[in-house]
Design a protein around this ligand. Structure first.
Ligand SMILES: [Zn+2]
Length: 98
């Protein structure tokens, strides 16, 4: 119960953060792109594109992983790289507000 409540508060906080960031970007003439919440940013290898990274909440403790292509990834840096690339792809398609 307490865990579900904590997740709910976390989801609301992230929602408010996203809305505030979007408003500030709009105010200062900056682009804002929302990536789909189910985009596999941590599982996707940023070098070869395979979905070979740690999966689900059990994979949260794995901070680094090695892809079959030989690339060694820091979990957060790999996710950041994938999210940035996905955001740029969305902008290039001309649909940044989806
Ligand atoms: Zn790879």
């Amino acid at each position: 119960m307490a865990r579900a409540f904590g997740k709910s508060v976390h989801d609301q906080s992230m929602g408010m953060f996203a809305r505030t960031l979007e408003a500030k970007c709009h105010r200062y003439g900056r682009g804002f792109v929302k990536v789909d919440r189910y985009f596999p940013s941590t599982r996707l290898c940023s070098r070869c594109g395979s979905l070979s990274g740690p999966k689900g909440t059990q994979g949260l403790s794995k901070r680094t992983w090695t892809c079959a292509c030989g690339a060694v990834h820091d979990r957060d840096q790999n996710a950041e790289h994938n999210l940035r690339a996905e955001g740029r792809r969305i902008v290039a398609e001309g649909r940044p507000d989806t």
